[in-house]
Design a protein around this ligand. Structure first.
Ligand SMILES: [Zn+2]
Length: 152
């Protein structure tokens, strides 16, 4: 059984069922394939993505660790991690930890009720979404366990 997408000269799209591609061709040649909407027999088969048989297995392999697309001189994974740790450390050193009071404090700063400064602390996803709605920029920053200790 062959299922094909067809469209008529007026752009009506419909599905046709045929025993085979030959069956489709011969029915079309004899004017037996007509549009169910306008009965036009000027019907052509249209390419259908669903029948191109695309599967995820045909996508290029991405092997963790290997980086075939990387440009020469691109930083390695270890270098990137080191850069990230450095960035986090920088943020930790240049922000004030307000902990649980984070959400309240950023609102105060936003309203001008508290001195303008960079703060960090805990907020859940919902609170972060609320802050963003209020026009307050917050950045989630997962802090690696290794960096937490000495700073508190
Ligand atoms: Zn039609």
């Amino acid at each position: 059984m062959l299922v094909v997408d067809l469209h008529c000269e007026h752009g009506h799209v419909f599905e046709g069922w045929f025993a085979s591609a030959d069956d489709l061709a011969s029915q079309q040649a004899r004017g037996l394939v007509s549009c169910p909407v306008c009965a036009s027999t000027e019907v052509v088969r249209r390419p259908s993505a669903a029948r191109l048989n695309v599967s995820s297995q045909q996508l290029p392999d991405v092997t963790p660790g290997a980086n075939p697309g990387a440009e020469p001189g691109a930083p390695s994974m270890a270098a990137l991690q080191a850069m990230y740790l450095q960035a986090v450390r920088h943020v930790l050193q240049h922000t004030e930890d307000v902990g649980e009071g984070f959400v309240k404090e950023v609102r105060n700063i936003h309203r001008g009720d508290a001195p303008r400064r960079a703060v960090r602390g805990q907020a859940d996803q919902e609170e972060v979404a609320e802050l963003k709605e209020e026009g307050i920029d917050v950045m989630p920053l997962p802090v690696p366990e290794a960096l937490k200790g000495p700073l508190q």
